[in-house]
Design a protein around this ligand. Structure first.
Ligand code: MN
Length: 130
C-alpha cells in the first residue's frame, strides 16, 4: 500500500503550551499539517468534525484525559463500523510499564515518553506509516 506520507494531517491533543509548540514544530518540519487542541474533549470534537491521519495524544489533560479520549474514539470507530483505524500515539511523561500498558489497552498504537527528541517523534510517526 502506497501512502503519501507528506499529505498527513496531524491532530495534536496537548494541554501544555510549550509541548504543543514543540510537537507542532516537529510535525511541520516533517512537512505535515498540524492542528492543536488543549484537551481530550476538544480532541474528540476535532476528530468528529475533521479528517485526520494521525493523533498525538497527551495523557494528563484537564476536562478529558488522553485515555478517555482514545477510548471514545475507538468506540466511535466500532459503532460507526468505520474500517479506518486512526493511529494514535500516546505522548506522556508517565513512562512506567503500567502506563504503557494502559495506553495500549485504551487502543493507542504507539507510545512516546516525554521529554522526547524531535527524531524520536519523527521515527515513531514514520514507523506507523511504513
Ligand atoms: Mn498534559
Amino acid at each position: 500500500m502506497e501512502e503519501n506520507i507528506k499529505d498527513l494531517h496531524v491532530l495534536i491533543v496537548e494541554d501544555n503550551i510549550l509541548n504543543q509548540k514543540f510537537a507542532a514544530a516537529v510535525v511541520k518540519k516533517m512537512g505535515y499539517k498540524a492542528d492543536i487542541v488543549a484537551n481530550g474533549l476538544l480532541g474528540l470534537e476535532a476528530y468528529k468534525t475533521k479528517k485526520y491521519d494521525l493523533i498525538l495524544m497527551d495523557i494528563q489533560m484537564p476536562v478529558m484525559n488522553g485515555i478517555e479520549a482514545t477510548k471514545a474514539i475507538r468506540r466511535i470507530e466500532l459503532e460507526e463500523g468505520k474500517d479506518e483505524h486512526i493511529p494514535i500515539i500516546a505522548v506522556t511523561a508517565f513512562a512506567m510499564e503500567q502506563d504503557r500498558k494502559n495506553c495500549m489497552e485504551a487502543g493507542m498504537d504507539a507510545f512516546l515518553a516525554k521529554p522526547y527528541k524531535p527524531f524520536e517523534l519523527q521515527q515513531t510517526i514514520e514507523k506507523i506509516f511504513t
